[in-house]
Design a protein around this ligand. Structure first.
Ligand code: SF4
Ligand code: SF4
Length: 456
């Protein structure tokens, strides 16, 4: 039977994936260079003890945001997997993107080491020079990828300065070389075995699947049964005349993880949809729809509509929204300055023949904002004034300063117990936003001691 296909084939998933890969790569490479007010979208700087999130800098003492981020990460993974299966693996995972770059772009398209992009089973042999050249190109790309990853921990503005004197930053560049080394081994030697045996996500994702989860599915009702329930292959092409699978095995040859999707859902499937593209072409030539589609098992096998809004997905969406709301709420509580007040060991000092009493404190200021500020403070008790420091002082962005503060009074205060005071510290140039209050005490000596000082 010969059939001519008149219907235009849908755009291959491969093309759509390449577009997404490009987009993800551009975002990953450019994001560390984008700053607003000196802050990054995401930066976890151990050197500066800072977390930058959504272009806001948080000090290490404000790390209460980290659990919310981790909760969101886990909930996001559960939500995404329940809804779209291994959509992350096929569309955005760096491992998949790197393998496509190395295998399909460098080895196949650029150097012609692999003869056919549609056959990912056959490993290239011979052509040693070209293979070495392909490896060298990947080494350069692995160094760029490792540096790009590092920029989320050491921002590019510091990274390129450190690069001029690598001997002073051995740990950093050892880290970059270590990641590069791993990427070289992973992409050239380990290949998709990383997805099958190493990646922890592959182990856990199957428990999040249900009948409505979108995945790569072969339709045995139309195509015919190829494997029995025990996973034993019965035949290459089903014998029933109504079974549409031609047994061409284009879907098997193209699979980067070397599986046969006609066996059903398997842990090894990374959802790359290469098999769906292959079958679309084969079936398209016969004027038929692909036997392998990106849909739910329920829709492909039973013909029922996929339910996207279901108990599990609603649950994850609600939990995710709550975690995001909490993150926004907590990040809104950010303090742009930190202040710790400690009293010194000396309770008070009587001066000027009992006319003045001083209390000394140690104030530890920290400017957690991305700009320099000039700070000063006030005491809520009008009988107490600041003797030292006499003037406001400047603190650079992110810096700390220890100040010895002397508060004094010329009035008679209660000596029965320490007098409670409220200290309000603020940035003189932005008092509305940068202001903190701390409680403390002022100790006044007993009357007899004042009298004794008067008579000295
Ligand atoms: S590509 Fe389609 S027709 Fe060919 S073996 Fe695979 S499922 Fe059958
Ligand atoms: S079966 Fe193979 S080719 Fe098909 S989506 Fe899974 S990993 Fe990709």
């Amino acid at each position: 039977m010969s059939a001519t296909c008149t219907k235009a084939l849908p755009m291959p998933y491969a093309k759509k994936r390449y577009f997404v890969f490009g987009l993800v790569t551009i975002i990953a490479l450019s994001l560390p260079f984008i700053t607003i007010g000196g802050n990054h979208f995401f930066l976890l700087s151990f050197a500066k003890k800072q977390l930058h999130l959504f272009f806001t800098a948080f000090d290490m003492q404000e790390m209460y945001l980290m659990p919310f981020l981790l909760i969101m990460l886990f909930l996001g993974v559960f939500f995404m997997t329940t809804l779209g299966g291994r959509v992350w693996c096929g569309w955005t995972c760096p491992q998949t993107i790197f393998r496509v770059i190395y295998r399909d772009l460098i080895q196949t398209k650029l150097l012609g080491i692999r003869k056919n992009i549609k056959n990912k089973q056959k490993e290239p042999t011979g052509q040693m020079l070209k293979r070495i050249l392909g490896g060298l190109i990947w080494v350069i790309l692995a160094l760029i990828a490792a540096s790009n990853f590092t920029w989320y921990f050491v921002p590019p503005e510091d990274f390129f300065v450190y690069l001029q004197d690598p001997s002073e930053h051995m740990v950093l560049f050892g880290f970059v070389l270590g990641i590069s080394g791993f990427l070289i081994y992973d992409i050239i030697k380990l290949k998709e075995d990383f997805c099958i045996y190493v990646c922890p996500y592959a182990r856990v994702q199957s428990v999040m699947y249900d009948d409505d989860t979108i995945q790569t599915v072969y339709n045995p009702t139309r195509g015919g049964k190829i494997y029995d329930e025990g996973g034993v292959k019965l035949w290459k092409k089903p014998p029933e005349p109504e079974s549409e699978c031609t047994g061409c095995e284009a879907c098997v040859r193209v699979c980067p993880t070397h599986i046969d999707i006609r066996k059903g859902m398997q842990l090894e499937c990374i959802n790359c949809l290469e098999c769906a593209d292959a079958c679309t072409k084969v079936m398209g030539a016969l004027g038929k729809e692909s036997l392998i589609t990106w849909t739910s098992e329920k829709e492909a096998v039973r013909g029922d509509k996929t339910k996207f809004i279901r108990f599990r997905t609603i649950g994850y969406a609600v939990a995710l929204s709550i975690a995001f709301g909490m993150l926004l709420f907590m990040s809104g509580k950010k303090e742009y300055m930190l202040l710790n007040i400690n009293r010194t060991t000396q309770l008070y000092k009587i001066r000027d023949k009992g006319k003045q009493v001083d209390n000394a404190y140690t104030f530890l200021f920290q400017n957690t904002d991305s700009k320099d500020h000039t700070y000063y403070f006030e005491v809520d008790n009008p009988d107490i004034y600041i003797s030292r420091p006499a003037k406001p002082f400047k603190l650079k962005a992110g810096k700390k300063a220890k100040k010895i503060v002397i508060l004094s009074t010329k009035k008679t205060l209660s000596s029965k117990k320490p007098n409670p005071i409220i200290i309000t510290a603020y940035a003189k140039d932005d008092k509305k936003k940068i202001i903190v209050t701390r409680p403390s005490t002022f100790v006044y000596p007993k009357k007899a001691l004042i009298e004794k000082a008067k008579n000295k």
